[in-house]
Design a binder for this molecule. Sequence first.
Ligand code: CAP
Ligand code: MG
Length: 412
Amino acid sequence: MTGITYEDFLDLDYDPAESELVCTFTVHPASDMDMEAAASRVASESSNGTWAELQVDGTITDLSATACGIDGDTVRVAYPEELFELGNMPQVLSCIAGNIMGMKAVDRIRLEDCEWPEGLATSFVGPQFGSAVRNDIFDAGERPITATVPKPKVGLSTDQHVQVGYEAWTGGLDLLKDDENLTDQGFNRFDERLTESLAARDDAQDETGEKKSYLINVTADANTMLERVDRVAEAGCEYVMVDVVTCGWAAVQAVRERCEEHGLAIHAHRAMHAAFDRVETQGVSMRVIAQISRLCGVDQLHTGTADLGKLANEDTVGINEWLYGDLYGMTDVLPMASGGLHPGLVPELVKRVGTNIGVQAGGGVHGHPDGTHAGAKAFRQAVDATVEGTSLEEYAADHPELQVAIDKWGTE
Ligand code: CAP
Ligand code: MG
């Protein structure tokens, strides 16, 4: 009887089958380990191996992954499709981003990218609407859709929150968005906020003749989220918002299923993603988090501002391209640019990431010297000017709100 050892997981001549999931890792081996030894341990621990040589009686299904490529500190690992439970994202991640993240055999390891095979990819439902929301819901034509998040993040009463929404909608923005840490707290209850915001939304629609909607944050335990999704649908909204990283992929998958029953779109906030992707040598890249988000079926996802805003961003452009790209016919995802944006940054943002996006500003709307309504107008004016190819300075000559915003924040 021969045992399964770490060496069995390394074959640099191996050509992965089309059905296999191929993952690319950046690996920094431990000081007592060479790259080949570390790579074989990555493949082993993330599939069917362990630290001891295994003696197995009888025939078992061979579910070994194969470390099939090493190039500098880049390691490619191929995983047989039978290793995975189809449509179960937590199970997939327990393999490819599980124990290996803390293995002593590596000083650092980061899952950089996945090449999803058709069988596994299409076992996930993907988004219902994706970037079609821009025109299906808002009839936005060529322009990005616009959103704002009331600030301060938490602490506004329901009435104050609703009033901010009303001013933003009537100022020209499409979406009011809850902040990531606002759900159902004592100062601003979920049910009351839902009902009152949608009443204000209806008024704003009547007043402007434009479609408006609301991204209400349903994040909670899975059962509570599903109840909230039902209430949002009953109340007549088009979307729910979910903090997808903090609530977990199992819950996102459950919400996606319930949203299909109601025809609701999902706005994905990525709070906590940086715990996984910020350290460039460790964790899981934002690219992979975006892939997981699309497979699990979110319609809109925060992907950063291509470095224009206040938060560190990983490759917004490349991630957005992946979200739009073909994945066996799966619906795409609308990227949301957010975090420190203001009107003056919109032209450069659109230059970097295009117009098939949502643009979201909190401080860059409510921090306008003349308040939220003027701030919303200025933000929308910046979007309209950009899409029609007029410079902000020129457009501001007969759009005073934009002029005030430029005077305050500049155009860089
Ligand atoms: C933006 C924001 C968003 C971030 C999330 C905030 O507010 O509401 O949560 O954009 O980051 O709380 O910071 P401001 P990302 O417009 O006032 O900056 O989009 O990178 O996931
Ligand atoms: Mg926020």
